[in-house]
Write a protein that binds this ligand. Sequence first.
Ligand SMILES: C[S@@+](CC[C@H](N)C(=O)[O-])C[C@H]1O[C@@H](n2cnc3c(N)ncnc32)[C@H](O)[C@@H]1O
Length: 234
Amino acid sequence: MSDRIYGELAERYDRSSELGPPNADYDRPTILQLAGPVVRQHVLELGCASGHLTQQLVDCGAHVTALDRSEEMVRLARERLGERASIHLADLSTPLTMVADASVDVAVASLVLHYLPDWNPVLAEVRRCLRPGGALVMSIHHPITGWLRSDRSNYHRTELIEEEWDVDGIRVPAEMWRRPVSAVFSPLLAAGFVIDAVEEPVPHDDGREIRDPRMRRVLTTQPVFLYVRAVAAG
Ligand SMILES: C[S@@+](CC[C@H](N)C(=O)[O-])C[C@H]1O[C@@H](n2cnc3c(N)ncnc32)[C@H](O)[C@@H]1O
């Protein structure tokens, strides 16, 4: 599932994520804004890819523990960050044994949870790692977009859908799990989170900061990503 993009094509993905408007101008700025000030905070980053968000968190003064299941991505992230972040090869569907209980101030999951069919195990792990009052900030592909890309035979199921992405000039199939809106929030509540913010951001100033005109139109007029900030109940 999108393994080719994050494996064999990791270096191409790295280049396209570095400057591509959806990641660079839209997703990472929103994640950082929802995370709030992270100076001297322990940030757990789920699905760090090649470390662009990791780099920005470190530049903001955070102590980052970053996880990804792709060996190629972990290698690129380690090349980018060196000793400035603790980067681990880890699958989020397994226990996060490298992270101690109640040791994390903020967990960020930028565009990764839609690769997991079942969120209950990872949310239980994130809840265990967060200190009481700590926050999970997450983005996923918008459920409406997923619904439109599905065969629309049953809204209420969680199902694998396929898109085609342009990864640094190559068209590649990408698969992810789309779920109904209730299946975004119910697992968060069941894991002991309180929903603090839900955002579908519209880039400011009619998106003038988004360089590519086609992406500017998409990001300012269509559902693209959904953002949630959830706080670990004390
Ligand atoms: C869209 S990228 C994240 C981009 C990153 N937030 C950034 O701004 O650079 C998604 C990443 O999630 C990772 N991933 C997907 N499924 C995973 C899993 N089950 N466990 C750990 N990482 C996973 C992929 O290998 C990929 O690197």
